[in-house]
Design a protein around this ligand. Structure first.
Ligand code: TXA
Ligand code: MG
Length: 310
């Protein structure tokens, strides 16, 4: 469904009836439903085949809307002013009288919140009386969707409304930061940690390792194309797909480029669509050349590590 005002109205009708819809964000596509309704939230878990223990991110249109459900703190205000709307998710304390369905957090006391930047998402939220719970629009553990057609590929006819907002600009999920006590990164994402550290004026710890698991999304098997993937490969076999960080003069049939010239932002944007393309071509395995481990390259490597645990 292309984007116009009447489609926003249609999407609202679905949501008001506790149904799930697919919709674009600047990071990846989301599978959204009313975060105040347990009936609606349960449908998200069912459609995604997601364990109930893995909590959802709730998307808000404004600071004022968020204040009704969460406790605000100084670090949040600093980061919110600089980066929201945008590719950052904050973990905050839920208020006792919050209306968020207990299924969103699996009865937990903290809530992941985000302010999406995509114009369609913003326009839709303005029409609604509730925030939207929206995990990435893919079956659990599989590749995230960066186009409306990817959402269709994941869910087929089981969702009836997908708003088409074109290709996601960032193409990789938001960075998650816990602000419950000392700030701590729980998931690398579309916003570089160095930018967050600059605003908070201190070093921020990372807790993205599967051993000390806090966010279930830190689990090993995640973002998986469903075929084996190897990192840091210098030379690939001819019968496997070879992902390269930059374009080469020689173009072999099994070569897939993430960017024209070593551009990590462009590479992050292309990562999921590249993996999806390879999977759909029927390759049995993937090799990836070494990706520089700096800036968004760290996020790319994180996703490749998890994808390689298949
Ligand atoms: O860019 C994004 O963040 C996308 C778009 C659609 O907004 N959403 C997304 O959602 O990536 P999802 O559900 O695929 O990943 C959310 C991650 C999961 O790993 C989940 O475990 C973690 O956030 N999470 C959610 N609530 C949490 C909480 N209260 N405490 C710790 N981690 C939480
Ligand atoms: Mg996800």
């Amino acid at each position: 469904m292309k984007f116009n005002q009447s489609n926003i109205k249609k999407a609202k009708k679905y949501l008001d009836k506790d149904k799930c819809i697919g919709l674009p964000t600047e990071t990846v596509y989301g599978l959204a439903a009313n975060a105040y309704s347990s009936i609606a939230v349960k449908k998200i878990f069912k459609l995604k085949k997601r364990p109930k223990s893995n909590p959802l991110i709730v998307h808000y249109s404004s600071f004022n809307a968020l204040k009704k459900d969460c406790e605000i703190n100084d670090n949040f205000i600093k980061l919110y002013k600089k980066f929201s709307p945008g590719p950052i998710t904050y973990i905050l304390k839920l208020k006792k009288d919050s209306k968020i369905s207990t299924y969103v957090t699996n009865k937990g006391k903290n809530l992941a919140v985000r302010f999406p930047k995509h114009i369609i998402f913003k326009k839709l939220l303005k029409e609604l009386k509730y925030p939207l719970a929206a995990p990435s629009a893919n079956i659990s553990t599989r590749l995230s969707a960066v186009e409306a057609s990817d959402v269709k590929e994941e869910f087929g006819s089981s969702i009836k409304c997908i708003l088409d907002g074109g290709r996601s600009k960032i193409g990789i999920e938001s960075t998650i930061i816990s602000l419950i006590s000392k700030p701590c990164i729980l998931r690398l994402g579309g916003l570089e940690v160095s930018k967050i550290e600059k605003v908070l004026n201190k070093k921020v710890n990372l807790n993205t390792s599967p051993k000390k698991k806090i966010a279930p999304g830190q689990s090993r098997l995640h973002y998986s194309p469903g075929i084996p993937l190897k990192k840091n490969v210098k030379k690939s076999k001819i019968d496997e797909a070879f992902i390269l960080i930059r374009k080469r003069k020689v173009k072999l049939n099994n070569y897939y480029y993430l960017s024209k010239k070593n551009d990590l932002k462009e590479a992050a944007k292309n990562l999921y669509s590249c993996l999806r393309k390879i999977k759909n071509k029927g390759y049995k395995s993937i090799s990836v050349e070494k990706i520089p481990n700096k800036g968004l390259g760290k996020t790319i490597n994180d996703r490749l590590d998890r994808a390689s645990k298949y």
